[in-house]
Design a protein around this ligand. Structure first.
Ligand SMILES: [Zn+2]
Length: 206
């Protein structure tokens, strides 16, 4: 058995870092060492930033987003189109869509997808308030015109999309979903059959 090369406090730092998604034990060790070496320029500000966010983080009561203010920055932004609500499974999806910069919408974060096998039903997700949001007049006195379901292209994602569509049926709002297909820069040869079949079904005229 290898002998410990650092004290238990450092070992604990490595173990905690290894639990961050994307960091395995090896990367965690490397990250810990960098933090230790750059303790003034990196570790101290990082520890401070984490402490600050930890004390302020809240779940937005309107949309379910995570932010240090409530309502969140997205909900509080008056320049966003109030007539389009994009439904996402997770905050990471909201961030990804915002990085694409293709929409100026508001969001509704479900906090996961329906998964009967894992015991995740509608009550475990941020579902109940969605229909109410759609029915409510927007800030400008208009109405929500469209709900875009930007959910994962998985079985659970499809189940969730179906459920949300049924949930919103009585509101009469237009419900759309993201297209599935060939990724930008994607070689057809490398795509799986499911993606290719979806792209063929969703073909558009030029
Ligand atoms: Zn919000």
């Amino acid at each position: 058995m290898a002998r410990a090369v650092a004290g238990p406090e450092i070992e604990r730092l490595v173990q905690l870092l290894a639990r961050v998604p994307g960091l395995g034990p090896r990367s965690a060790r490397r990250a810990a060492l960098q933090l230790i070496k750059k303790r003034d320029s990196l570790m101290a500000p990082l520890a401070g930033a984490m402490q600050e966010v930890l004390g302020k983080i809240e779940t937005c009561p309107v949309c379910g987003n995570l932010d240090v203010r409530s309502p969140c920055l997205v909900c509080a932004d008056p320049t966003r189109d109030p007539t389009l609500i994009v439904v996402v499974a997770d905050v990471s999806d909201l961030w990804a869509l915002e990085r694409a910069g293709a929409m100026n919408a508001r969001y509704h974060v479900l906090g996961g997808t329906l998964s009967p096998l894992d015991g995740i039903g509608p009550d475990e997700l941020n579902m109940a308030s969605l229909a109410g949001r759609v029915r409510q007049p927007t800030a400008g006195g208009g109405t929500v015109a469209e709900v875009l379901l930007a959910l994962p292209a998985t079985v659970d994602g499809q189940t969730t999309a179906h459920y949300v569509t049924e949930l919103l049926r009585e509101t009469g709002v237009k419900v759309t979903r993201l297209a599935h297909g060939v990724p930008v820069g994607g070689e057809l040869d490398y795509l799986d059959e499911g993606t290719l079949a979806a792209a063929i079904r969703a073909r558009t005229a030029l």
